[in-house]
Design a protein around this ligand. Sequence first.
Ligand code: OGA
Ligand code: NI
Length: 364
Amino acid sequence: MAEYDRAAELKAFDETKAGVKGLVDAGITEIPRIFHHPKSDDYTKNSSSVSGETQLSIPVIDLKGLDKGDIQRKEIVEKIGQASESSGFFQIINHGISESVLEEMKEGVRRFFEQETEVKKELYTRDPMRPLSYNSNFDLYSGVSTNWRDTFMCYLAPNPPKPEDLPIVCREILLEYSKQVMKVGILLLELFSEALGLNPNHLFDIDCAEGLAVLCHYYPPCPQPELTMGASNHCDNDFLTVLLQDQIGGLQVLNDDQWIGVSPQPGALVINVGDLLQLISNDRFKSVEHRVVSSHEGPRVSIASFFCTGMIPTSKLYGPIKELLSENNPPIYKETTVRDYCAYFKAKGLGGKILDHFKLDKTE
Ligand code: OGA
Ligand code: NI
């Protein structure tokens, strides 16, 4: 690609405060070059290119059995453990959040992005201390690649926002959905704890559900999807993520050099292990790279609930859980605060796996 003043073009895009949706609204037919991703092997690692071998698929786990006795619970815990140790991703159904709440949540996010640009501009910010931040590409200036998506996010825990700080078009549903997602997250922490052979309250008791950030993504249809990405490959900077996606699809998980699609299932939530859970489980559970490919179709809406306190100042140190360690399983990672880990993540921007940086044998 020809040399160009990338920094200036990024700034000009940022200053429109209209995000990727603004470009699409303006009727562009070619995407600006800031969105071009470098061609990499990634583009050839495609699930359709597998021949013969049975490839892993992302399991759908029915939680209905949880109230049906110990045997069913054990089976569910085993499935969750297996998925967390391999692809790091699974979907859950019968998780307790009603279809109507899920639908209204996606609708609320769509309403936010589809309101007047002038109204949204007021909320466009890169200040993480604002109760609600809306922008395009949180890592616009630090990331290697610019993605074809806009996002708004807010922290619902540990310090819930004042309702009036939330956009009126989705205020009520955001509060209701996040309350219910918190319950699902706490249940999952219980099941993860059991799968690790720990006391069921272990992960909750060490505050893995202390923070909840809800990221609402909007992926506008893209006129040249082969040149860009909705989200570049990354691992999540949290303990666990609960993702609600619409029916469009595009989320892919890297497994043995193949990208596997996470197919939209009505009523399901996609769950994945984040870097911090991989760290405290001492690599037993895997935080796996994933990405979102762009499409002519859309807009696509997704809501990613991150269990993490992010950049909120905290002093608590997280390292591999002592009960999981033994002579044959010595600690792989140093202890870190969530904030230090997240600061490193933010500085790097989306792209690949960063957890190695926190390994004990790392000297830098
Ligand atoms: C994320 C993420 C996937 C999606 O927010 O970290 O991976 O489908 N989102 O939007
Ligand atoms: Ni992610």
